[in-house]
Design a protein around this ligand. Sequence first.
Ligand code: FNR
Length: 365
Amino acid sequence: PDLSQMYNLNDFEFVARHTMEKTAWSYYSSGCDDEITLRENHASYQRVFFKPRVLVDVTNIDLSTTMLGTKVSSPFYITATALGRLGHDDGECVLTRSAAKQDIIQMIPTLASCSFDEIVDAATDKQTQWLQLYVNKDREICENIVRHAEKRGIKGLFITVDAPQLGRREKDMRSKNIEDLSHVQGDDEEADRTQGAARAISSFIDTSLNWKDIKWFRSITKMPIILKGIQTVEDSLLAVEHGVDGIVLSNHGGRQLEFSKPPLEVLIELMPVLRSKGLQDKLEIYLDGGVRRATDVLKAICLGAKGVGIGRPFLYAMSTYGDAGVYKAIQILKDEMIMNMRLLGVTSIDQLNESYVDVRNFQTR
Ligand code: FNR
């Protein structure tokens, strides 16, 4: 179908499923094990209902907000997803260009198909990019990556903490895509990164990474440090204790631990605890997994998130319609945001709070 017939983000997934090469589709779409967490990420949003207010002047709607000190046009960002070239020849640079045109942030993955510098070079001067880091066993490699990123103007270091080993994505394994990628990180910049990530991920990532290492990261960079893949209230509190600038509540889009809770549910548990301890302003809270509609974004913001990450929909938009597809997907979300904020009775992001949502369906667990 023509791009003009894409009405929402799920439409891109539908087209992708029917047109993408099978191996790429399997890698992008898969979750771990029986994909229960993957489905729950989506289902969790269906348990929250709105409490809209009426008779509010909603003529002018402002979607803009700030994330880690950067002013952005809307409270969602393109999160890090590996191997962009499986879906499009220009890989992650497609996402960079569309993010620039739409004034939203892109998080660059460690396991990008394009090199880090290619992706930074594809950005405009005023564009903000973050870096997702898989921590290498070799801390010298790690330090070089971090220092180089800072030098190139990266505005946030997102350390992925939910993947000491790669989850089993069986759909992906069956399609025999991701087998060998020997030089995905390190000295060989020319390595063909699209040959597969699974083995590389489990081989170079440091399984000994622990809370003590956070101090070391703090000592080598001035970039804000955010832990990506926090899944409990307990670890959120430890994150505060360790002085990080933010956390991403995430179960890696349902690709790591099966039966990890939906991030939205963790957020609902976390915010009252942070408030009761007076810690709510100590760090910025982000969340990702299953966000497909502006209503999902709005629910997360109402419940305390500073912003939300979106992964697969942008991969699908990129793989099916390239630059124009990603641009359109972002535009769809923004249009949905404006309409739904009007219907909710708010005119700016900072007005959103828990009084606009009913979370009673969550009180049972
Ligand atoms: C990911 N994700 C991910 N996360 C990370 O920290 N490093 C990575 O390399 C990747 N790679 C990756 C590849 C693919 C194909 C997917 C789908 C996801 C996880 C990602 O950052 C994010 O947590 C989820 O994608 C969010 O869920 P949705 O929006 O895809 O439902």
